[in-house]
Write a protein that binds this ligand. Structure first.
Ligand SMILES: Cc1ncc(COP(=O)(O)O)c(C=O)c1O
Length: 353
């Protein structure tokens, strides 16, 4: 079975991790700092604060902005649970908004309607590798936390994702564009916010006990992996783009809706997500399609497990629901072998509804 995701680990990564083991300096140290500097340079920002996961990075970002009980944070409904959980952990109120079905990203007019006098931030995920409409979202005049867990290196109106928001968060989970096994980072152009985030990462050696504090620190083992992956990130992204072009050519004549890339943006293809053209066929149509690929040895997935409004038992999110009923993610990652790629191509040409 071709797995839906698989990290690209080669000699450089293995050597880097073994070197850390040999050094006996395993916990947060010089390599974490090197990884922070490398990621910050990648985004053109002055610094970053490495933490244990993308979820932790979201929580640290919210606490860095002083967001807590009585505050509201706007986020899209069609995304993994991490942003919602981070908002709930700091005691703030999540304000879910629907997505733009074409891009799977937050609908900026829905975000505008969700603003109140209590809104303190927008969490803006760039889903599946495609930047959200940052320009329209910036016009709302609310601090933006860019969630780059799924997107690196993509552009919106000539600006790189991660360089626009007041804070940016990353995830380095095993199957992300750049992996460290687990891990996350908070980045900013504002040095005072970085300093605050750095202090929030620590649970010990603080003047007073903070009941919510926990261990958010990354290890040098993870950072070594992250640094090695960062050195290969450009080639990873090139390979993803090339694969996406090949997939597009293969499914061109099918009825499936291919990933849409607005003229003002580029796509990093963290996921290659197609949609069933006829929502009335889902969810059975979607399950059927996933099963047909599985029968050919290709593991496809619903790219978002469950829209967040369904956890909160809210109504009025038609685009999130349609995405949930009709979207399917096809394996696309740099470590695909030529044989696997050929197998996927054959399936793409023959399996569509
Ligand atoms: C958009 C988004 N934000 C945040 C996260 C959380 O990252 P992590 O799994 O590193 O906690 C994920 C993880 O999948 C994600 O996709």
């Amino acid at each position: 079975m071709i797995p839906h995701s698989r990290p690209s680990i080669e000699a450089d990564e293995i050597r880097a991790v073994v070197d850390v083991l040999r050094s006996r300096q395993l916990a947060q140290g010089a390599l974490v700092e090197q990884f922070e500097r490398g990621m910050a340079a990648y985004f053109g920002l002055p610094g970053g604060v490495a933490v244990t996961s993308g979820t932790a990075a979201l929580e640290v970002a919210l606490r860095t902005l002083g967001i807590g009980p009585g505050d509201e944070v706007v986020l899209p409904s069609y995304v993994c649970a991490a942003p919602l959980l981070a908002i709930q952990r700091v005691g703030a109120m999540p304000r879910l908004v629907d997505i733009d079905l074409d891009t799977f990203n937050m609908d900026s007019s829905a975000a505008q309607r969700a603003l109140t006098s209590k809104t303190k931030a927008l969490i803006v995920p760039h889903l599946f590798g495609l930047p959200a409409d940052l320009t329209e979202l910036e016009r709302l005049g609310v601090p933006i936390i860019e969630d780059c867990a799924q997107t690196l290196g993509a552009m919106e109106r000539g600006r790189s994702v991660g360089s626009v928001g007041l804070l940016t968060v990353c995830s380095f989970y095993a199957t992300k564009l750049l992996c460290a096994g687990e891990g996350g980072m908070v980045l900013s152009r504002d040095e005072s916010l970085l300093e605050r985030a750095r202090r929030l990462r620590e649970y010990d050696e603080t003047p007073s006990l903070r009941p919510w504090a926990t261990n958010f620190k990354m290890t040098d083992l993870q950072a070594a992996l992250g640094v090695a992956q960062l050195n290969r990130l450009a080639s990873f992204l090139d390979r993803r783009k090339w694969l996406a072009q090949e997939y597009r050519a293969a499914v061109n004549s099918s009825a499936l809706v291919q990933p849409i890339v607005p003229a003002d943006r580029t796509h990093a293809y963290y996921r290659f997500v197609v949609r069933l053209p006829n929502p009335s066929k889902g969810p059975d149509g979607l399950h059927d399609l996933i099963a047909r690929f599985e029968a050919r040895g290709i593991q496809c997935r619903k790219p978002v497990f469950r829209s967040l409004h369904r956890y909160l038992e809210l109504e009025g999110f038609p685009s999130s629901e349609e995405a949930e009923r009709t979207a399917m993610s096809i394996p696309l990652y740099p470590s695909l072998t030529e044989e696997e790629e050929a197998q996927i191509h054959v399936a793409l040409r023959s399996e569509w509804p």
